[in-house]
Design a protein around this ligand. Structure first.
Ligand code: GSH
Length: 200
């Protein structure tokens, strides 16, 4: 299978983490969407929506969307770690945290890239701080968000939080949350993702 991705993209990092955690074989194909020619080819041949990541199986079956790719990976490669709990309620909670991470941490982190100082930026930063308060509470009494072990629930939030830090959002007023992010990014699969993205 081929994974179209960019190493610095948070949505692509969600998928890379799943692949590396499970030590899966795949063909990585890096796409630089900031290059107009590469973007035009990618949109024409692979994804008209111009979004990364995209997984394409050897039989041509296309799997878009980071969360759906993680779900695909868990369904087809059940080896440890189990990313999506089998139990109904933990599975729902896991999807919930994945969505919270996407919408309230990764999306605003991406938005901060292009927003100059002003009201629009202030509104995004205010929403980020509301989300940080929520996640501080969620991590104040547990090391992982669901089932007391690493699952899909931890991927989008911890990816989003690292990107927010890289955009200058200070997590130190949230000590449990800071410890949580550092704990996730200390995992070998995550260190590999960080190294490939930022050389860290
Ligand atoms: N909901 C999508 C979001 C994907 C997304 O927005 N990817 C960004 C990279 S982080 C992208 O491709 N941006 C290019 C663009 O919007 O032009 C997912 O989860 O895969």
């Amino acid at each position: 299978m081929k994974l179209y991705f960019h190493p610095k993209s948070p949505y692509c990092q969600k998928v890379l983490i799943a692949f590396y955690e499970k030590a899966l074989n795949f063909e990585p194909i890096m796409v630089d969407l900031s290059d107009p020619q590469a973007r035009a080819v990618y949109c024409k041949v692979i994804n008209p929506l111009g979004k990364l990541p995209m997984l394409i199986r050897d039989d041509g079956w296309v799997v878009p969307e980071s969360s759906i790719i993680v779900e695909y990976v868990e369904g087809h490669y059940p080896q440890a770690p189990n990313l999506i709990p089998n139990e109904r309620d933990p599975s729902r909670q896991s999807r919930f945290y994945d969505r919270l991470g996407d919408q309230y941490l990764i999306e605003p982190a991406n938005a901060l890239r292009s927003l100059a100082d002003g009201d629009a930026r202030d509104a995004v930063v205010a929403r980020i701080h509301a989300a940080l308060g929520l996640f501080e509470k969620e991590t104040s009494h547990r090391d992982y968000l669901v089932l007391g072990r690493f699952t899909q629930a931890d991927i989008a939030p911890a990816v989003g939080l690292r990107h927010l830090q890289r955009r200058g959002i200070d997590l130190s007023p949230h000590p449990r949350l800071s410890a949580y992010v550092d704990r996730m990014w200390a995992r070998p699969a995550w260190q590999r993702v960080a190294h490939e993205a930022w050389g860290a």
